[in-house]
Design a protein. Sequence first.
Length: 302
Amino acid sequence: MSSTETAALRFRDLDTASSAEFMDAMLEGQLAAIASVHAVRARLVEAVDAASERMRGGGRLIYLGAGTSGRLATLDAAELPPTFGWPASRAVSLMAGGLGAFVEAVEGAEDDVDKPVSDLVALKLSARDVVVGIAASGRTPFVCAGLLHAKSVGALTIAILNNPGAVIGGIADIAIEPDTGAEVLAGSTRMKAGTAQKAALTCFSTGIFRNLGYIYKGRMVEMGATNDKLVERAAEMVEDLTGASRSAVVEALGACKHSVKHAVVMIERGLSAEAASELIDASGGRLRDALAPSTDGPETIG
């Protein structure tokens, strides 16, 4: 039995405890989950740097998971296009039972070992890609099969699991194994294990885009301004980064299809939208380098 499915003696009588005692136990578990991720930060760094290289080469992030793990993976993939302007075709979630399983459990889907392989084949998986398998127990057949196939074609494989030493960790090139142990409610891995997985995924994907230059001075400068709220947020970002007036910011954003990065370069370097785009391209898409006095030798910190 995996540690995440073990019934801990210390939680045995929580059903008779006071509400305050119960909540203390729950919150203690959440804090412990974050501590468990911190303990494996070196592996996270390794995964971020390795995945970043594949993304620079045109690769995709492809997530594999079932149940809670699959839902968390799907959430991470879905957030990348609006946050970083990342193409949805390069952030793919393959969830056991299909995307419908995001809102309703599909019994037996996690045991399907054919579907992940056929889905990866349909995606034309290649060695440029990164496949991230997430499973609290570390032994979900759907995830195991997908990672094995991904490894066979040379894709970078990363496992996120909460039962150190379990099978998917041995399959993957890099295993991220926050040891969250027994849950307050035995086997309910949406609790501590889920929190640790969410934190690990957030750190992993955000770290990749930091490496790719999609973050500048704590701002998501690749954000797509796709609604009124985000148009306003884009203007606020450009104002904050340049100190320009709102009218100048609105004019610059209007000229470059509301691209924060392009508007900042236009204002800071006194360029047209076209010239700003050329400079950004010459800087490898990195805003910090485009704003530097010289674009020779791009920096390594975004």
